[in-house]
Structures are given as C-alpha cells and as structure tokens.
Write a protein of this length. Structure first.
Length: 253
C-alpha cells in the first residue's frame, strides 16, 4: 500500500515532463542541478543520505560504491525521497534498502520504484523490451543503454516482458529476492540455493564457471512445482559482492 495518493512512477514522469527531459540515458546529475540538490561524496556506513534542512537540499553519497550505475540509482532513489509526497526531510538509506527491492519498508520501496521509473521511463523502456527477447544478454544491452544497474534493469525487464521467465538475485548461496514475469506460472524456491543448480556450484566450488547462456537444470533446482517443461538457468556473477543474478526460463517443447 502506498503512503501517498500518487504512485511513485507518476511522480517520476511528472518530474521528467517538468524539465522536458527525453534523452536516454537520463542525466541524473543534471536533474539534481535543476532541483538545486547538492551531491557530496562521503565515507558513509550507508549507501546514501538525503537531507533537507533550512531550505538546503543535499545528497550524501557513499564514495565507496563500486559501480557508477549503482551510484546513479542511489542518487535517483534519494531524489525520490525529496519528490514523493509523504516522505520526510532526512533519510539514511542502507545497501539493503536500495538493493532489496522487496523491502518491508514501504518508504524505501516507493523510492526504488521512483528511481527505476526515472532512469528507465516506461514510454522508452517498454518499447525496447517489446523488441528484445528475454535473455541476460538483452538485459545487459538495455542496462548499458540506460546506464542502469543490471539488477534494476532485470527487474524492470521481467515486469514488462511478454516472455515467460523469472529473475533471481542470490547472495552467499541464498536467495535475496526474485521477480517473475506475468506469464510465469510457478513458485520459486526461497532460501538456500539447491545443489543441483549451477549457481550452487559457483558458491561452493571455488567460483566455478557460471553459464551465461541457457543451460538445462532439474525443475527442483529453482521451483517448488513439478513441471512438464524444461527449465533453463543462466547467470551473471558479481564476484566482488559474492552475489549472482540468475535468469530462469522455460521451454514448452
């Protein structure tokens, strides 16, 4: 349930229209300038902090964030705290707030939804999704086009594709979150990664090679259900974070 009467994605559209921004990738730093929001790089114990005090708007950004696309998403997330009605004047956002898109914190979910729509506006992004089949290579391609993190791009893709599949993020051998396409009919296993999957081998066999093309695995590798279709797994590791992004697809033949 949203805490305000206007969906975060609508707030993102309104902001882009207000400043007549229609060029991809979205320049988040230009938006900060137009909003008179100052950005400061700091050594923080959080990913980002938004502060509105005495009329001064400031985003403190963790200088140790490794990926520029993650910095951009974090800045967009913090802008969301400023723009979305009902959000307060100070927010300290952790890695979990920004990366765990199914957070129990409604405020942080709204800021993530805002950030994803601001950086990947659906009037552009959905057209690209319609022109690309569901694969990690195509998710990477759009991630590069929109200069967005791979995980946020994958979620946006899976939510809008007409293909059947699911995207799973794991960390240290455990599922962190997953999202399914509208047509995906089965339940994903939560918790520890099953030993029959390639991802399990990655976490438990000295980071063995992960296939980035579809490789067949037993249905019980990822699903709670018995199925008649073939199940395929393909993954991209974040080696320095000990995380893996996995795409699961079906073959009905």
């Amino acid at each position: 349930m949203l805490i305000n009467n206007s969906a975060p994605r609508v707030e993102a559209w309104d902001l882009l229209r207000k400043f007549n921004i229609s060029t991809i990738p979205i320049n988040i730093y230009e938006i900060c300038s137009l909003l008179n929001i100052e950005i400061k790089l700091k050594d923080l114990d959080s990913q980002g902090i938004f502060i509105l005090k005495n009329g001064v708007k400031r985003i403190l950004l963790n200088k140790n964030i490794q990926y520029e696309s993650r910095k951009i998403f974090t800045v967009a997330h913090e802008i969301g705290h400023y723009i979305i009605p009902g959000h307060e004047n100070i927010y300290r956002c952790s890695k979990e707030d920004i990366e765990k898109y199914q957070s129990n914190n409604i405020i942080e979910r709204e800021a993530n939804e805002f950030a994803a729509e601001l950086l990947m506006p659906e009037n552009f992004f959905n057209k690209d999704v319609d022109q690309h089949s569901l694969s990690l290579k195509n998710i990477q391609k759009l991630s590069q086009k929109y200069f967005t993190s791979l995980s946020s791009t994958a979620i946006k893709f899976i939510k809008n594709t007409k293909d059947i599949g699911a995207i799973v993020l794991s960390e240290n051998g455990y599922v962190v979150w997953y999202f399914k396409s509208e047509e995906f009919p089965y339940s994903i296993i939560d918790g520890e990664i099953d030993a029959s999957s390639y991802v399990y081998g990655y976490y438990n066999s000295s980071k063995e090679h992960l296939p980035n093309e579809p490789h067949e695995v037993p249905c019980y590798s990822w699903l709670e259900d018995d199925i008649t279709e073939k199940l395929y797994e393909q993954s991209i590791p974040y080696a320095d974070l000990n995380m893996v992004l996995t795409l699961i697809t079906l073959d009905e033949e």
